[in-house]
Design a protein around this ligand. Structure first.
Ligand SMILES: *[C@@H]1O[C@H](CO)[C@@H](O)[C@H](O)[C@H]1NC(C)=O
Length: 138
């Protein structure tokens, strides 16, 4: 507003410098014309000032909106981060469970194959015993 006041003062000085010499200025028609020009200029300046005020207000509101949105964005970002961390933890836990199940299955298979070899050994021993018996009987 200060700048606008100074600008209008400069404008007035500029127009005064452009004013026709006194004998012309005393012509009522000319005085009326100059007065009207001044009024038009003043109205234009007033409109400009109002528009500037509106722009400033708009900009302040916009700035406030942006600040609010940034705050919301930060909240979303931290929520998103914690969701990702949570998910990563769950994946890790699931992976560990899968590893454990796999370990159990492998252990089970080991026991099974051990059982199998034991059974095979038993059968082999039986057969050898039978062979020995038949040899002895013969
Ligand atoms: C600021 O936000 C309000 C409410 O969301 C909206 O109505 C207004 O148009 C916004 N203003 C600007 C300048 O962005």
């Amino acid at each position: 507003m200060m700048a606008l006041g100074r600008a209008s003062a400069v404008l007035v000085l500029f127009l005064v410098a452009l004013l026709p010499p006194p004998q012309c200025a005393q012509d009522p028609g000319m005085v009326h014309y100059i007065y009207q020009r001044f009024q038009v200029l003043e109205q234009g300046l007033e409109k400009c000032t109002q528009a500037m005020r509106a722009y400033i207000q708009d900009f302040q509101e916009f700035s406030k909106n942006i600040t609010t949105m940034l705050g919301r964005c930060q909240t979303y970002t931290s929520e998103y981060k914690s969701a990702v961390t949570n998910l990563a933890l769950r994946v890790e836990r699931a992976q560990r469970e899968i590893d454990y199940l796999e370990y159990l299955r492998e252990a089970d298979m080991c026991v099974e194959s051990e059982d199998k070899t034991l059974a095979e050994k038993f059968i082999q021993e039986e057969e050898e015993e039978k062979k020995i018996r038949t040899l002895l009987n013969a």
